[in-house]
Design a protein around this ligand. Structure first.
Ligand SMILES: [Zn+2]
Length: 136
């Protein structure tokens, strides 16, 4: 599985993470997915309700609003982005929430070392997803 991200979206996410550092930044990712690839076409930056450097939470109303708008545009909900003021690997809390969110992709950006990585939980196991950045 490959995650395709447009460079303008990567820039937007990195910029958001720089602005909120060390607080975790969050965004929701929308677009189209097939068995082989997940193509992000829309990124919505959303506030971290917890304003925390170790965890994030998106207000449920914000989630519903963003998903409803994207669906009206014909786009599906693909995954979540958040930043870490630490390495770009899922924390134990992330593992817990990955279970709750199902098989969506989790993109994590390290606001300390600039690494960008993606993960997906499949059958209770967290796997890394390759990211391909495409020009936009
Ligand atoms: Zn995290």
């Amino acid at each position: 599985m490959i995650l395709l991200l447009e460079s303008r979206h990567v820039d937007l996410l990195k910029e958001e993470a720089r602005k909120t550092h060390p607080i975790e930044a969050c965004a929701m990712l929308f677009g189209e997915s097939t068995q082989k690839q997940v193509v992000v076409q829309k990124v919505i930056v959303v506030p971290n309700k917890l304003q925390s450097a170790t965890r994030f939470e998106i207000h449920p109303e914000t989630v519903v609003k963003a998903i409803t708008e994207a669906e009206q545009e014909g786009l599906g909900f693909l995954g979540l982005f958040h930043s870490h003021p630490a390495p770009a690997t899922p924390s134990l809390i992330d593992h817990k929430f990955m279970k709750l969110w199902g098989d969506v992709v989790w993109v994590i950006y390290s606001s300390t070392n600039g690494a960008l990585a993606a993960y997906q939980m499949k059958n209770g196991e967290v796997r890394e997803v390759s990211i391909q950045i495409v020009p936009a």
